[in-house]
Design a binder for this molecule. Sequence first.
Ligand code: ATP
Length: 414
Amino acid sequence: MAAIEMRNIVKEYGDGFKAVNDISLNIADGEFMILVGPSGCGKSTLLRMIVGLEDITSGDMVIGGDRVNEKAPRDRNLSMVFQNYALYPHLTVFENIAFPLRLKKGVPEDEIRRRVNEAADMLELHEHLQRKPANLSGGQRQRVAMGRAIVRQVNAFLFDEPLSNLDAKLRGQMRTEISRMQRRLGTTTVYVTHDQTEAMTLGDRVAVLRRGFLQQVASPRELYEQPVNMFVAGFIGSPPMNFLPAVVSGQRLKLPFLEVDLPAIAAGKVTDGQLLIAGIRPEHFEDAKVVDASRREKGAVFRARVDVTEWLGDSQYAYIPFEANEEVTKQLSDLAAELDSEALRTQLIISIDAMSRLRENHEGEFWADTRRMHLFDPRTGNNLTRDEAAAADLASLEEEELRERMDSSDTAAR
Ligand code: ATP
């Protein structure tokens, strides 16, 4: 096991295009780090540079304290677990796991047996050791692939979208499986995905990338509660955060449907008349009827016409169209390229109580938890309401949890 340190990593392709742009990222020994971002953001390129399949244009890649820029993949002692697990169909589970030890030549048979049995114990594969991969479930195959990595005693596991070919149910099971194994083994893990649900449920920390730039590295909770910018805020969460135009008016803020006090944390960072983007997550709205009086006054109540509803069993989504005034629309369309058009959505999606009797094309009364509203500067995308102290608290909680886990996996290993 080893820590992975990336210092100012750049990957420039022949045409001068930078797929990875000055990324510095420290992954602690035993940590489960997710690299996430939309297609083309550079996450696979970064992973391939860790493993040595891609040259690094500039910067340092340090694994377990050693600079590995010039080292061949086989000398980095990492294990890449691919989508298709790459198991040998004609070999038993035992032989599949033993494979890298047999390749090494000269490892005594009893040592091979001992290591395979140890891995099989850890992965609960003992009763399947004599089976062929075709007779295993997807989850068991994944464990065999990890078993092969365990016997090699690698510095880290690297996963590149390992679940993207699976159906939704199996993906859910495999997520739990990978997470459980990683916790038990305490092996440093880097996992690439474009799926924000995977990112949020699997990792200790998540590195969000966009167009080759690192946006934010934080625990899932910090990303959700204290995103640094509009991109991260919109990428994390499903359905995504609503973005609404908001105009500063003295100490107040005017949004479609709502007018609220300007949050204290943003005061001093904005000027009168300035156009901002307000972000409120769907789950921070509610049908006003089910909100009691004390909660009501902590947020804002408004009336709006519901266009479409979607009933999900445990909640329901309501789609509420809105129009910004002409001036605001013009300002926003000037900024559209930088904002990836996110700000130009013209409907709210809100998630409310499943029992609410909403009718399409009728007005309803809703409540917004405006305490959880974020404000973004539309020119830079920066979050003007990020609470640095709260973010630091969340980060230290995360560190403590990882330390505790590493202590207990050390104890288990002994
Ligand atoms: P995806 O989820 O689609 O795999 P990604 O975030 O993993 O996306 P990368 O595969 O890392 O993205 O690619 C990052 C960028 O680098 C993309 O714009 C891609 O087109 C570009 N790129 C990748 N390989 C090359 C290459 N050999 N030559 C030129 N450009 C490349």
